[in-house]
Ligand binder design. Sequence first.
Ligand code: 4AZ
Length: 839
Amino acid sequence: MNKMDYLDSGMRYNPKSGDDSWDTGVQFLPASNSKKLEKKGPKKALAIVAVLVFITVLSVMTGLLVWHFHFRKEMKVFKMYAGTMHITSETFQDAYEDSASPEFSALAAKVQDQLKTLYSNTPQLARYYVRSTVNAFSEGSVIAYYISEFDVPANQEAAVDSALAEIGKRLLRGQRKLAPEQLRVGEMVTLPVDPRMARNNKCSYNLHAKPGVTGNLSSPGFPNSPYPTDTHCLWRLRADPGYVLKLNFITFSLEDDCSKDFVRVYDSLGPLETRVLAEKCGTFSPSQPLVLISSGNVMLLALVTDDNRNFPGFKAEYSQILKDSNACGGQLTGNNGTFTSPNYPAFYSPSMDCTWKIQVAARLSVKVTFTKFLMSEPGVKLKSCTKDYVEINTQRYCGDEKMLVVSSQTNEMTIRFHSDATYVDRGFAAQYKAFEPSNPCPSQFHCANDRCVSEKLRCDGWNDCGDSSDELACTCKTDQFACKNSLCKPKFWVCDGVNDCGDNSDEEPCACKSDQAKCRNGKCISKKMFCDRRDDCGDGSDESECDNTVVIDCTEFSYKCKNNQCINKKNPECDGVEDCADRSDEAACNCGTRPYKHSRIVGGQNAEEGEWPWQVSLHVKGSGHTCGASVISNRWLVTAAHCVQDDLKVKYSQASVWEAYMGLHAQGQLGKSTVKSNIKRIIPHPNYNTYTFDNDIALMELESPVTLSSVIWPICLPESTFVFPAGKSVWITGWGATKEGGFGATVLQKAEVRIINETVCSSLMSDITSRMMCAGVLTGGVDACQGDSGGPLSSIEANGRLFLAGVVSWGDGCARRNKPGVYTRVTMYRGWITEITGV
Ligand code: 4AZ
């Protein structure tokens, strides 16, 4: 390093050995005078020191100045406030809708002036005020929507917020003595804008709904390119006076993280926090429509994005509907009937109050059952119901309720619905029914929560009431386990790793000693033996779930990377963490994801469109849906071998008999994304046993590769070492019979079932092999059935990815209690599948 370079132009430091006075003299010389330069060593040194001092002082001063003018300034916070001003001294003119009109400019200038005067006369605000911009006007008499900007020192932020919170009152006080040219204001609200709304690249659109016409709007670039990054787009929507706006998102697909990209809809033309109707991100299924309705004739839609790409965005329809069509409540007579919250299943509007008065025949009582109840709002504490609620007999209900039932003591009931000015939800659907007070559940069991369930369901180990009251005070049957808390549970839930009794007594018989832990094969070993890099369990399970993924000797239970190294982590594939040195565990992971993650489930067991994009409906040509299958790549399907066995009438083993429907939701209703494909070849497992259904798995190759899409997508295949533990919740899907011996479903059905312990499975079902697994439903009455065969048993794993745990194979009837469904264990066939398909 040559620290003295800067002297090269004029002075040269040249200490001579033995010259101890070199640092005592400094002299500035012309560069050419090299002789003199060399002689005056000490003076030169002094000159250097002086220059150094000078430079240091200069740098410090510059630093201070930079700090003063740059960083001190940076310590100020730029703040935006959104406001509305109700101007009573003006009447609305159509020209106010057009921000380019002279009328708009004139009124906007007046509002801006008035705001400037107001802020200048407010001591906490005057110094920090930057500017105000009027963005829009609407009717009533005239409402001005503006943004005021302030540059506030960080320590003054709270003071400015509170001064602005009071500014409306201040303005009204000042209105008592008003100059003739000043605007008379009836109300004024100013609130801080969500800082995320201050992103760059602004764009804005003004749209006025035309009577009887549905307009369209979409995010920039939709559908041909992803929406732009770092954008802040606004759509100001208006309807004629007396009308409200209806905004219906036809497609909606944004990034999943709302802190990055989001859509906000306001019940106002300004981004006021007190008027947010909804904030949405992620993807909504077409079967969960997102329809919002305003309370007045204006609505603001904002799209805010950050720097990530590749999400298509949204397309929406807007229209105006008569305000009266939003009316709700009323008198309900007759001994039964139904009613819903306003706009249901669209979102209810803000600021609504409805009252339903139900009156049934004298001497009878009323029971209301809410089949759907979705009234959630951010920031409302559980059960506090301070914002949107339903009120019955002074009791308020809010949030998401499953099977809410309310009864009255008399023949009347009053139901009040209230929504506040912010955040709306889907609301409720309800049925009411009259009942005899002395006999509320004729020939049925009366649950503590007022539901009525069949007497047969009493003490059967299943929570049929929803509050377990049908399972209290029971004597357990032979196939039931007596919990310590007196509940009776099916024996097949004992020792499955799930606390079914509630007091864990069903898990105690198999519990290990306190210093021990359980292996996957049930053996108890000392806790210390876990993760000591020795296979103490005998099945490798004590070494397969350690905090730090380490390379171990390969066993049949350890995951093998492509480079043949084995690691001790349980289920490392496609979990979002690169565990193998060669990253092969995360290599083939374009599978198991679904497009719609954000929808809450409204419907019972109907699947949502695109919820199970690997689900295939296998049709026998000419006779319709016959079996299910799963997409595992753009060319291959997995199904059950028993689906492709010839019988006397049909040669099911021939590819030409079949056609595969992918991206299908409802039988007979081909969507625009549904693909029908012929089959090129069928490969049943060579060891399929027609008697025992052992190895009940087959592969089908499509005639030509299918284009994968949001509704056609492969499910991940588990490696042979993948573990689906007993007790885990998994999903079955299909168009099979909805009850034993019944008809198939039109809309794809789904049900949550639980994996059952292998020993228990063998005790309940005959001829269970290691290539089969059992899964059943805790609440009973739900199972795979005829027509579901070949379909997937899908398991949600790390990262939200779904893996094919099983293939629907067989069972003793359907949905019989203590008779779980039997599934082909897919881990057993991983090698065979790759061998044939390359997947
Ligand atoms: C069938 O016949 C079938 N309960 C599939 C599954 C089950 C029963 C029957 C399981 O395809």
